[in-house]
Ligand binder design. Structure first.
Ligand SMILES: Nc1ncnc2c1ncn2[C@@H]1O[C@H](COP(=O)(O)OP(=O)(O)OP(=O)(O)O)[C@@H](O)[C@H]1O
Ligand SMILES: [Mg+2]
Length: 326
């Protein structure tokens, strides 16, 4: 399968005061193949959404801007497109769904009107055709009684149903890539599983690639074959999900794995949490950003930032100690 999206050395900055910036995404590189689901995982503030927004051309500017890098979609650098060209890609070839669907749905229009609008923006269909297509999309998203649903308003639906509607709107343009930024975080566990299953089945039916963002490594195992792990704006580990689970090489990935409730500790023992907190990006330490929380750190980790390097089997890891060190 060919590479669909290649992000190369992406650095996205935010100005935090007159003289200071933070690199919310710091030299981030990854590829997404045709039809593949790739997960981006990391704690809150690790730069997952900023990476996604950078791909979508939606970094709020100011205070943000893309400082460096390339975002190649079918070989074309999206960062070189005109604002108009980028609008065509966004919501067209690349669509995004967000954590809280209520913020992306307009409360004053019916679900049907909003889906029709999304279809017509990219399709050039008549209103009647788009109306039929909207009902069809709702069916595909397994929304019961779609003919009636198109006439309802967002607040008349449950959170899970709203997320299904968002998925319909994202699919209206037949995108090649769906970016799903924590699409199930606001939902309860059963609904979460249903939405994950829906995304998975729609992606495989359509041969659509998915960039799936989550802070929950437990979810990653259900959706993606490969994952990248981010910490404080940088990619610290990347590899196949089964291998990451079987043998995490970065101490941060190990910490995230130990903190999954499903792989629970013996009864009575509290669930493991990684000690300490994500560092303040405006005051990152000189060496490895994870060093302060790392159970394995050595003196070198405080002085030098480990580069992301390739290990056996195509795995990448940014830790001096991985596979016996460098
Ligand atoms: N509009 C903004 N202005 C200033 N800083 C921002 C802005 N958006 C994001 N940041 C900063 O960029 C860093 C990364 O944020 P990002 O939203 O990408 O994290 P995340 O990994 O998506 O976290 P979460 O799991 O909470 O969604 C954070 O330190 C955040 O404060
Ligand atoms: Mg986020």
């Amino acid at each position: 399968m060919g590479v669909l999206l290649e992000v190369k050395g992406l650095t996205t900055r935010f100005r935090v005061d007159k003289h200071a910036y933070i690199n919310a995404a710091n030299n981030v590189s990854f590829t997404l193949d045709e039809g593949e689901t790739l997960a981006i995982v990391g704690e809150s503030g690790s730069g997952k959404s900023v990476t996604a927004l950078s791909v979508m051309g939606l970094v709020p500017s100011p205070p943000g801007h893309i400082e460096r890098g390339e975002i190649l979609f079918r070989g074309e650098d999206l960062l070189k497109l005109s604002p108009r060209g980028m609008r065509g890609v966004r919501g067209g070839k690349i669509s995004m769904i967000f954590q809280e669907p209520m913020t992306s749905l307009n409360p004053v229009f019916t679900i049907g009107a909003q889906i029709v609008e999304a279809i017509r923006t990219h399709g050039g269909m008549s209103r009647a055709e788009a109306g039929r297509r909207a009902v069809e999309l709702l069916k595909q998203a397994e929304i019961p009684d779609p003919e009636r649903r198109v006439k309802t308003y967002p607040h008349q639906m449950s959170g899970g149903m709203r997320q299904r509607v968002m998925i319909c709107m994202a699919l209206a343009s037949n995108p090649d890539i769906l970016i799903a930024d924590e699409p199930t975080t606001a939902l309860d566990v059963t609904i979460q599983a249903q939405i994950l299953e829906l995304i998975r089945s729609l992606a495989s039916e359509r041969g659509m690639a998915v960039l799936f963002i989550t802070h929950d490594l437990g979810v990653v195992a259900d959706v993606a074959r490969r994952a990248i792990v981010m910490y404080a704006g940088s990619v610290v580990e990347m590899g196949r999900v089964d291998e990451l689970f079987a043998k995490p090489t970065h101490p941060y990935t190990r910490g995230l794995l130990s903190a999954i409730p499903r792989l629970a500790t013996p009864r009575g023992q509290p669930l493991y949490t990684i000690p300490g907190i994500v560092p303040d990006l405006s005051r990152l330490p000189q060496g490895c950003a994870f060093a302060a929380r790392c159970p394995d750190r050595i003196a070198r980790c405080r002085k030098e930032k480990p580069a992301l390097r390739e290990l056996s089997g195509g795995r990448r890891c940014a830790c001096f100690l991985a596979e016996g060190g460098v």
